[in-house]
Design a protein around this ligand. Sequence first.
Ligand SMILES: *[C@@H]1O[C@H](CO)[C@@H](O)[C@H](O)[C@H]1NC(C)=O
Ligand SMILES: *[C@@H]1O[C@H](CO)[C@@H](O)[C@H](O)[C@H]1NC(C)=O
Ligand SMILES: *[C@@H]1O[C@H](CO)[C@@H](O)[C@H](O)[C@H]1NC(C)=O
Length: 242
Amino acid sequence: MTTSLTLLASGYNLNTTFVVLLIVSLSLLPTGALAADPNKTHQQKKLRFGSNGVFKILQVADMHFADGKSSPCLDVLPNQVKGCSDLNTSAFIHRMILAEKPNLIVFTGDNIFGFDATDAVKSLNAAFAPAIASNIPWTAILGNHDQESTLSREGVMKHIVGLKNTLSQVNPPEAKFIDGFGNYNVEVGGVKGSSFENKSVLNLYFLDSGDYSTVPSIPGYGWIKASQQFWFERTSSKLKLM
Ligand SMILES: *[C@@H]1O[C@H](CO)[C@@H](O)[C@H](O)[C@H]1NC(C)=O
Ligand SMILES: *[C@@H]1O[C@H](CO)[C@@H](O)[C@H](O)[C@H]1NC(C)=O
Ligand SMILES: *[C@@H]1O[C@H](CO)[C@@H](O)[C@H](O)[C@H]1NC(C)=O
């Protein structure tokens, strides 16, 4: 049994400190926990369903993180403006992680709000800090605002993949050419001790839907390109044979 959940980098354009949380619990099979081998690099850490039959994903979109304490909150009530900053976003994500204890945290774009972020590296580090501190594996893809600070889209993804506990990849090594930055898949194994223990029973695909259209006759956001679809289809067919 193979289930695919496709997470796409979103094209949100909301200039807000706005966090969308979606908790996806997929009860497919009875199940183990995260196999934590301290010797393995984060890239190799095996995700699998827990013995309670659940694999829980905490999705965080549009943190729009900028300069931390000095970046004020938008769209809060007038009496909430004072003392509200990016640090409130971090505190909220920290509380969500503690409350939900997810198996994986997925950041689906506009992690930083580039125009307000003075230093992309600092903003990215701070934005993902609650996930890193939790020691829970996490992944990230880009929105349309992540590259508006001091790093390109490629630069942002390259920085992300070097952070602790992330399963993110810049692009799949087997793809000779693929559009965008942040295309990869993450396999989730079945319950330890079950007949599915070595099988990927849930495949998560992460695709970069780009920032903005570069085709003059098509205004607005970017989109997923044929090269990405080709990779997705090939990967999916390969996994079905395993
Ligand atoms: C981890 O690596 C060290 C050094 O290579 C080795 O001595 C140790 O046995 C390894 N631990 C596990 C759990 O594999
Ligand atoms: C932001 O965080 C500060 C410090 O914890 C808190 O006093 C304030 O109420 C928070 N603001 C909002 C809108 O949650
Ligand atoms: C999974 O792989 C391990 C290590 O190779 C092996 O010991 C185990 O029997 C395999 N489990 C199944 C259900 O095939």
